[in-house]
Design a protein around this ligand. Structure first.
Ligand SMILES: [Zn+2]
Length: 97
């Protein structure tokens, strides 16, 4: 990786890791950036896969929204870059969970 402009995936790429923690689909959630205030679907975030974890950045201002690091059997999840995360619970009813 040499720059932060063209080596990212979109937020959907975090779906696998996040589904280990959340039963709800976080990539479909909306989050508000703590830096610029943009309210965007998490799937629109710029995702940087950085072993052993991942970093999601705001697609507007590149502020770090979420950090997830796997260390052995623990996951460190930092959501400090978002002022809020709005999850759609209607999908829980649809999937029967
Ligand atoms: Zn932002």
């Amino acid at each position: 990786m040499n720059s932060e402009t063209d080596d990212y995936l979109d937020g959907n790429a975090a779906g696998g890791e996040l589904s280990n923690i959340f039963t709800i689909d976080v990539t479909a959630a909306k989050g508000q950036c703590a830096h610029c205030g943009a309210m965007k679907r998490f799937a629109e975030a710029h995702l940087y896969m950085q072993a052993p974890g991942l970093v999601a950045r705001c697609c507007v201002c590149q502020h770090v929204l979420l950090r997830l690091v796997n260390v052995r059997e623990r996951v460190f999840l930092d959501l400090g870059g978002m002022t809020c995360l709005i999850l759609d619970t209607s999908q829980l009813l649809r999937s029967g969970r």
